[in-house]
Write a protein that binds this ligand. Structure first.
Ligand code: ADP
Length: 433
C-alpha cells in the first residue's frame, strides 16, 4: 500500500460527496452521489437513501486507494436526528430533517432551558427529541432507544458502536461545549438517557466493522473518527488558521464565520458559537446576498459588468439588497425593507453599488461580532459563488480594511478529510504515549 490517505464524506442538503486526501492535503480522489428522495416510504426512506449513498461512495473510491485509507470522518446537516434501538439497530423514529420544525415541543423546551438558548428553536435537535418523547408517551417504553445525529448514524454504519457524537453536532441538543458536559437542566429530564456521549470532532472512535472492511477492501488499521456539521466542515476546508481568521460565504446569502478567542452568543442577531479545539467559531448570517444579484443579472452579465468596475473608487450608491422584507444580522429588524433604489443608467455602476453595499453589510457583521466580544477580524477567506469575482474581492478589501482572498478549498468533504487526518494523528499520539 502507498502513503496513508484520509477520507472525508459530506452529507449536505442535496447530496453526498467524498474527498480522499494525503497528509499534505492533496486530493487523490473525489466524487459525489445525489440522494434518491424517499418514494412513499416516509421519513425512514431518507435513512435508506443516505445509507445507499454512503456505500455507493465507498464503492466509487478507486480500489487501489482503499487499503491506504487510515481514517474516515463524516459530516452531516446540523440538527438532523434519528432515534435508534441500540439492541437491534432498528430505526425507531426519524430521520427528522435539519429544517423540520416541532413547535409542539417548544413550550416544554423553553420551560427547562435558559432564555434564548440555541435549543429554543422549533427545529433544534432537542425539540425533535422532546416532540418524539411526548407523542410516544415517554418513548413508548423503549429503554434501549438512543439519539443519533445524521453523521453519528452514518459513522455507526461503519463502526457499529452506539452512543458516540461530537460537540459540534451536540450543540443543538443542549450540550455545553465550554463545560464539556450536558447541563444539569438537561440531565434532569427522563429522556436524557438517550443522549450520546460527546467527543471532539475528529476523535478516533473504533476500527471499521469487519464486514464493511472486507466488502470494500479497507485496512485493519483504518479508524472511524467523530464528525461535525456540514457548515463547520466547509469552514474547516478553508484552513484559515487561528483567532482573527474568518470565512465569508458569498452564496445566495451572506454568512460570516470567525475564529475567536471568546465565545459569543446573541439570539437577537442569530449569533452563536461552536467550539473549535481551543477557540470558538462565531457565526452570523444575513438575509442579503447573491440571491438579489441573480434576480437582476445572469452570472454571465455579472462577470461582464464587473470588468467595467473600478474597485478603487468608492461607489456613492447605498443599497440594502434583501430578497424580501426582514433582516437578522448584522441588524435585527424583521420589518427592514429591501433598498435597491435609485438605479443609475449604467448597469456597471448599479452592480458596483450593490457589491459595495453587500461589502458594507459584511464589514458591519464583523464589527458587530467584535462589539459582542469576539476577536477582531484580521484576514478573510471567501467561499461561494461571489468568491470568483476579483473586483468584488478588491472592493471588500477596501471596505473591510483587511486582506481578502479566495479560499482554496470550500467543499465540506475536504474539511471532513482534514478531521479524519486529525483523528489518525490522535490515534498515533495515543499509541506513542
Ligand atoms: P448557494 O448559496 O445557492 O449555494 P453559490 O455559492 O452557488 O450559492 O453562489 C451563487 C451566487 O453567486 C448567486 O447568487 C450569484 O448571484 C452569485 N454569483 C455568481 N457569479 C458571480 C460573480 N461573478 N460575481 C458576484 N456574484 C456572483
Amino acid at each position: 500500500t502507498g502513503a496513508p490517505l484520509f477520507l472525508g464524506i459530506d452529507f449536505g442538503t442535496s447530496g453526498a460527496r467524498y474527498a480522499l486526501i494525503d497528509r499534505q492535503g492533496a486530493i487523490h480522489s473525489e466524487g459525489k452521489r445525489a440522494y434518491a428522495p424517499p418514494v412513499g416510504g416516509g421519513a425512514a426512506g431518507w435513512a435508506s437513501s443516505w445509507q445507499a449513498a454512503l456505500f455507493q461512495l465507498l464503492g466509487d473510491i478507486p480500489r487501489a486507494h482503499r487499503p491506504s485509507i487510515s481514517s474516515i470522518s463524516i459530516d452531516g446537516t446540523s440538527a438532523t436526528t434519528l432515534i435508534v434501538d441500540s439492541e437491534t439497530g432498528e430505526l425507531l423514529a426519524g430521520p427528522f430533517l435539519y429544517n423540520e420544525s416541532f413547535p409542539d415541543a417548544l413550550p416544554a423546551v423553553e420551560s427547562i432551558a435558559p432564555a434564548n438558548h440555541t435549543v429554543c428553536s422549533a427545529s433544534s435537535t432537542l425539540c425533535k427529541l422532546v416532540s418524539w418523547w411526548n407523542t410516544t408517551g415517554g418513548g413508548g417504553g423503549a429503554g434501549s432507544a438512543v439519539l443519533m445525529h445524521q453523521s453519528d448514524w452514518l459513522l455507526w454504519l461503519l463502526h457499529g458502536r452506539y452512543g458516540v457524537s461530537d460537540y459540534n453536532n451536540a450543540l443543538k441538543v443542549g450540550y455545553d461545549p465550554a463545560a464539556d458536559a450536558y447541563p444539569s437542566w438537561l440531565m434532569a429530564q427522563p429522556y436524557s438517557r438517550l443522549l450520546p456521549s460527546v467527543m471532539a470532532p475528529g476523535a478516533p472512535i473504533a476500527a471499521v466493522r469487519d464486514d464493511v472492511r472486507s466488502q470494500f477492501g479497507l485496512s485493519e488499521e483504518c479508524v472511524v473518527c467523530t464528525g461535525t456539521t456540514d457548515s463547520i466542515a466547509a469552514f474547516l476546508a478553508a484552513r484559515t488558521g487561528g483567532p482573527g481568521r474568518a470565512v465569508t460565504s458569498l452564496g445566495s446569502t451572506l454568512a460570516v464565520k470567525l475564529v475567536s478567542e471568546a465565545r459569543v452568543d446573541d439570539a437577537r442577531f442569530g449569533v452563536y458559537s461552536h467550539r473549535l479545539d481551543g477557540a470558538w467559531l462565531v457565526g452570523g448570517a444575513s438575509n442579503a446576498g447573491g440571491v438579489v444579484l441573480r434576480q437582476l443579472f445572469t452570472d454571465e452579465q455579472l462577470a461582464a459588468l464587473s470588468r467595467d468596475i473600478d474597485p478603487a473608487a468608492a461607489s456613492p450608491l447605498d443599497y440594502y439588497p434583501l430578497p424580501r422584507k426582514g433582516e437578522r444580522f448584522p441588524v435585527a429588524d424583521p420589518d427592514m425593507a429591501p433598498r435597491l433604489q435609485p438605479r443609475p443608467e449604467s448597469d456597471a455602476e448599479y452592480l458596483h453599488g450593490i457589491l459595495e453595499s453587500i461589502a458594507r453589510i459584511e464589514a458591519k457583521g464583523y464589527n458587530l461580532l467584535r462589539e459582542l466580544g469576539a476577536t477582531a477580524v484580521e484576514e478573510v477567506f471567501t467561499a461561494g459563488g461571489g468568491a470568483q469575482n476579483d473586483k468584488w474581492t478588491a472592493i471588500r478589501e477596501r471596505v473591510l480594511g483587511v486582506p481578502v482572498r479566495k479560499a482554496e478549498q470550500t467543499e465540506a468533504a475536504y474539511g471532513g478529510a482534514l478531521l479524519a487526518l486529525k483523528g489518525a494523528d490522535r490515534r498515533e499520539g495515543a499509541m506513542a504515549s
